[in-house]
Design a protein around this ligand. Structure first.
Ligand SMILES: Nc1ncnc2c1ncn2[C@@H]1O[C@H](COP(=O)(O)OP(=O)(O)O)[C@@H](O)[C@H]1O
Ligand SMILES: [Mg+2]
Length: 312
């Protein structure tokens, strides 16, 4: 799916501190660098509090004041320097889908107005009729229909509400969507439907996704590449296959070993790997090093050489 190898999003040595200079200062992002190519889905996994949402929101220019150093480029432009028309354009090109559609949709607005908000703000409809037509198209695209136009979000199931959230994000014809745990709150039976919907929409529109989840098994199906986060750092980056089937960093291995197996025999034999994070605090100089082509692990040169030996 990485069609032309063009970088849409580039993070370069991003450092972000919440409550900078205060007693409760929190270094949420620690020297993170990665690229997201146009047309790909980049999955970001890691346990709660590891900094996934912060990265997504920082890319969307919601945490400018908290960024300590580093750069975020979107289509080659420095996101933090966007102003005026360029900023407006960026705001429609980059959208977000949330974990909890209930909380993110205004409950007092009818579905047609929830979905049309971006159309209204950006004056994308010629007249009322065009506005309705656009909303109907969007609802159809996400598997809802025109009977739903005048209902309120609370009248829908969780899966349908997530579809409304997706329609709302698509209304402004974005290029890039941060999907922040979009299926975590849904019934397992509905999760695959929503993931498939996101995949179909991507195939039709050439969208680029940052897909956030705390569970590797959830992102591997939709992602082209995956980054694994822990304590504000990225510890491993590779293709979905690399990270899921050939994990290298001990933390990635521990994440994978905590996924229950559907097969009762291998489930009985499953030994969860416990990750010991002292190797992140021993003061040694670590950086992302390439172990096999395109597969990077946060390591010292000596550790990287051991990983390379093991893979031979
Ligand atoms: N707006 C904020 N102000 C202060 N601290 C925050 C804020 N948002 C997140 N944090 C902190 O930053 C860290 C990373 O949080 P977050 O990005 O939400 O993690 P994740 O999405 O991986 O669960 C956590 O320690 C969290 O408490
Ligand atoms: Mg989060």
């Amino acid at each position: 799916m990485v069609e032309n190898g063009k970088k849409l999003v580039e993070l370069k040595n991003l450092n972000l501190v919440f409550n900078k200079g205060k007693r409760n200062a929190n270094k949420a992002i620690n020297n993170v660098s990665f690229d997201i190519y146009e047309g790909e889905t980049f999955g970001l996994v890691g346990e709660s509090g590891s900094g996934k949402t912060t990265i997504g929101r920082a890319i969307l220019k919601l945490y400018d004041k908290d960024i300590e150093s580093g750069e975020i480029l979107f289509n080659g432009s420095d996101v933090r320097k966007l102003k005026g028309e360029n900023l407006k354009h960026f705001r429609s090109e980059a959208q977000m889908i949330f974990q909890d559609p209930q909380a993110s949709l205004n409950g007092r607005m009818r579905v047609k107005d929830v979905v049309a908000e971006g159309i209204d703000v950006n004056h994308l409809a010629k007249d009322a009729q065009d506005r309705t037509a656009q909303v109907e198209n969007l609802l159809q695209l996400v598997g809802l229909n025109h009977d739903h136009l005048t209902r309120y979000p609370h009248e829908f199931s969780g899966g349908q509400r997530q579809r409304i959230g997706i329609a709302r994000a698509l209304a402004v014809k974005p290029k890039f969507i941060v999907a922040d745990e979009p299926i975590s709150a849904l019934d397992v039976s509905i999760q695959a439907q929503v993931v498939n919907l996101l995949k179909d929409i991507q195939a039709q529109n050439g969208l680029t996704y940052l897909f956030i989840a705390h569970d590797l098994s959830m992102v591997k199906y939709i992602s082209d590449r995956i980054g694994v986060m822990h304590w504000g750092k990225i510890l491993e980056i590779g293709t979905s296959d690399d990270v899921y089937n050939h994990p290298i960093h001990p933390y990635t291995k521990s994440l994978l070993s905590s996924i229950p197996s559907p097969d009762p025999i291998s489930e009985r034999e499953r030994t969860p790997i416990v990750y010991d994070p002292t190797d992140e605090t021993d003061g040694q100089e670590r950086e992302m090093r390439e172990i096999t082509p395109g597969h990077f692990v946060f390591s010292t040169e000596a550790e990287a050489n051991v990983y390379r030996q093991h893979l031979k």
